[in-house]
Design a protein. Structure first.
Length: 367
C-alpha cells in the first residue's frame, strides 16, 4: 500500500477523486491518501482565480459538495449571465454550467432572461466592450435626429430612440431600419414637360420634407424618398402640362404652390410632411429662348419709344406755355433775353461789333 500526502494552502481547495469518480472537497491543511487498493488522486485548485475550470465540472456541481464555498450557475438556452468581479465587469456567460469562487473575490452575477431580445442595461457600453460580447450581442448606434424601426423575425416590434442599442443573438432575426426625422431636401431635376401651348421645356425643382410618422413611412412604401420623387414627378407633369408658358414664366410661385398642394395630399398617406416646393430652373429650347428674347427686346424698344414720345410731348407743352407767358409780358420777355445773354457771356467771350449807331443804341437799350 502506498500512502501519498498533499498540502493544501489556505487559498486552495482539493478535489478528491477515487477511481476517477469525484468524492469530496478537501480544505486547507495536509492530507494523506492511499493509491494502491484504490486509485485516489487530489486535484488542487486556487480560489484566488474565481473561475473553477475542470473537465468534471458537471459531476462536481451535481455532488452538491461545493455548498456555500462557491457560486454555481446553470444557464439554460434562454438565459445569460453577466458577471462582475471586484465591481468590474468580467464577461457575458452563455448557456452552460459555471462555478465561481467568492471567498477572495467579490462576485456579482446577474441572470438575464433573453426572451426579451432587446437588451437594456444602465452599463450597456461597458458590457459591449467586454470579452465574448460580440458572440452574444448585435449592437447598433442611432444618431440624434433619427429613430430606428425594430423588426424581429420580420415582425414590427418598436421604435428605438437615439443612442446605443443591443440585441441578443440566436433569439430571432433582428432588422433595424434607420429613419431620419430631420428636415430633408429632395432634388427633382431634369423633368422634360410639354406645356398646354405645346412648348417643351425642362424643369428643376426642390422638395423640402420631413418624416412625420416613421412606422408608416417604412411599412407603407418600399422607399419613401423614391415614392416622394415619383409623386413630385406626377404633380409636376399634371400641373405644368395644363398651363401655358406665359403663365408659368409670369408666376412661378403660384405654380409651385399648386404643385406643393398636390404632393402634400398624396405623401401624407405614407407618413411624410411637405414643408415646401420650389421651381429652381425653367430651361427652354434654344430656338424658343431666342424667340422670347426677341419678343422681350421688341417690348422694351416699344416701351422706350413710348417714353421718348411722352417726354417730347411734355417738353413741347412746356415750350408752348412759356411762349404764351412771354407773348403777353414784355418785361418777362426782356428778363429772358438778359438771362440768355448772361449764359452766353459766362460760357464764352462775347464780342459786340457795332456797325452803325443804330445797332449800338439797341444793344445799350438791351443791357
Amino acid at each position: 500500500m502506498l500512502i501519498n500526502t498533499v498540502k493544501i494552502k489556505a487559498y486552495e481547495k482539493g478535489l478528491l477523486f477515487t477511481d476517477n469518480e469525484f468524492k469530496s472537497i478537501l480544505g486547507s491543511g495536509r492530507h494523506w491518501y492511499t493509491r494502491m487498493i484504490t486509485k485516489n488522486r487530489v486535484d488542487v485548485v486556487s480560489m484566488r482565480d474565481p473561475w473553477l475550470c475542470h473537465e468534471d465540472l458537471d459531476v462536481i456541481i451535481a455532488s452538491g459538495a461545493l455548498g456555500d464555498n462557491a457560486i454555481v450557475l446553470d444557464l439554460s438556452d434562454k438565459q445569460r449571465g453577466l458577471v462582475w468581479i471586484d465591481k468590474r465587469f468580467a464577461k457575458v456567460l452563455g448557456p452552460g454550467q459555471y462555478v465561481l469562487w467568492d471567498t477572495y473575490k467579490e462576485i456579482k452575477v446577474e441572470v438575464i432572461d433573453v426572451d426579451m431580445v432587446h437588451f437594456v442595461h444602465d452599463q450597456l457600453e461597458t458590457i459591449l466592450e467586454s470579452e465574448l460580447a460580440d458572440k452574444e450581442f448585435h449592437s447598433t448606434l442611432i444618431d440624434q435626429g433619427n429613430v430606428g424601426i425594430l423588426y424581429i423575425g420580420g415582425v414590427l416590434q418598436e421604435t428605438l430612440k437615439p443612442g446605443l442599442h443591443a440585441f441578443w443573438k440566436r433569439m430571432g432575426k433582428v432588422k433595424i431600419v434607420h429613419v431620419d426625422l430631420r428636415e430633408s431636401i429632395l432634388d427633382i431635376s431634369g423633368q422634360e414637360i410639354m406645356t398646354a401651348d405645346k412648348v417643351s421645356l425642362r424643369l428643376n425643382g426642390l422638395c423640402t420634407f420631413r418624416v412625420k410618422d416613421p412606422i408608416l413611412a417604412v411599412s407603407t412604401v418600399d422607399d419613401y424618398k423614391q415614392a416622394l420623387y415619383r409623386e413630385a414627378q406626377l404633380a409636376l407633369r399634371a400641373t405644368v402640362g395644363t398651363a401655358e408658358l406665359d403663365g408659368l414664366l409670369g408666376d412661378k410661385d403660384a405654380m409651385a404652390s399648386q404643385i406643393q398642394q398636390a404632393i402634400t395630399l398624396r405623401v401624407a398617406d405614407f407618413g411624410l410632411e411637405m414643408i415646401g416646393f420650389g421651381i429652381r430652373d425653367i430651361i427652354l429650347p434654344g430656338e424658343m429662348k431666342n424667340l422670347l428674347n426677341k419678343v422681350v427686346e421688341s417690348k422694351k424698344a416699344a416701351e422706350a419709344n413710348l417714353i421718348t414720345r411722352r417726354e417730347e410731348t411734355a417738353a413741347m407743352r412746356s415750350q408752348v406755355n412759356t411762349a404764351r407767358m412771354l407773348e403777353g409780358n414784355k418785361t418777362l420777355m426782356r428778363l429772358k433775353e438778359l438771362e440768355v445773354l448772361e449764359k452766353i457771356a459766362t460760357s464764352s467771350n462775347l464780342n459786340v461789333i457795332c456797325g452803325d449807331s443804330g445797332i449800338s443804341d439797341k444793344v445799350l437799350k438791351l443791357v
